[in-house]
Design a protein around this ligand. Structure first.
Ligand code: AP5
Length: 207
């Protein structure tokens, strides 16, 4: 498939979980601004120190920081045939900047009601060794690795509410923007991980 793909949706919709389906089908590398920011925070770089306050408050990191990160990432060799964006763009200025630097051919929007989001996020656990995403009830980790799982600092009920607010105010309008360009595919994300994965692969196959 020509160009880049965007995985779009509220926090906890399952973007990170479903990214592997698309990476496997298309060979495009996953570019997650959330992962890039978390790595900068843990390395205590200047950018990480600046981003940390926004992330812990559940607010969006300023556009200038994010656009700079993406511009740099897209100069890497593996990005030459397009990438899979996960969690980017999240504002109209980010989408406008992106349209100036690369072609976006498909936007897959995973829709999940707010009430389900809180349960998904509060129960999320990550394996720091593999980056694998689990959930205490919906996708439990194998017993032998449960002891090493970690919870993201912004995965508290209080922060989820701010993240959802940021999503509705600043990110959701982007869905209409991409819809008007005729490249938005909407998927019901409220089914099981397998059901959503099937819908995602059908969307990619139809392109
Ligand atoms: P980011 O890391 O991008 O977080 P997010 O968008 O809030 O998305 P999540 O990673 O929380 O969720 P997801 O959709 O990937 O869901 P997952 O697959 O893990 O951003 C974090 C912060 O960084 C932001 O708040 C902001 O501060 C900053 N930031 C990042 N990008 C930015 C940008 N472009 N501009 C400005 N600021 C930016 O699934 C969640 C859980 O649900 C898991 O436990 C999973 O196992 C479970 N699950 C998944 N699918 C299902 C299913 N179908 N049924 C049941 N459970 C499921």
């Amino acid at each position: 498939m020509e160009g880049s793909i965007v995985l779009f949706g509220p926090p906890g919709a399952g973007k990170g979980t479903q990214a592997s389906v698309i990476v496997e089908m298309t060979g495009k590398p996953q570019v997650s601004t959330g992962d890039m920011l978390r790595s900068a925070v843990s390395m205590e770089t200047d950018l990480g120190k600046e981003a940390k306050t926004f992330m812990e408050a559940g607010k969006l990191v300023p556009d200038s920081i994010i656009i700079g990160l993406i511009e740099k990432r897209l100069t890497e060799e593996d990005a030459s045939d397009g990438v899979l964006f996960d969690g980017f763009p999240r504002t109209i200025p980010q989408a406008e900047a992106l349209s100036r630097i690369t072609l976006v051919s498909t936007v897959i929007s995973i829709e999940v009601p707010d009430d389900d989001i809180v349960d998904r996020i509060v129960g999320r656990r990550m394996d720091p060794e593999t980056g694998e995403i689990y959930h205490v009830s919906f996708n439990p980790a194998p017993a032998e690795i449960v002891g090493r799982l970690v919870q993201r600092k912004d995965d508290t009920e209080e922060t989820v509410r701010s993240r959802l607010e940021a999503y509705h105010d600043q990110t959701k309008p982007l869905g209409d923007w991409y819809s008007s360009l005729g490249i938005l595919v909407t998927i019901d994300g409220s089914g099981s991980i397998e059901e959503v994965g099937k819908a995602v692969s059908e969307a990619i196959n139809q392109k």
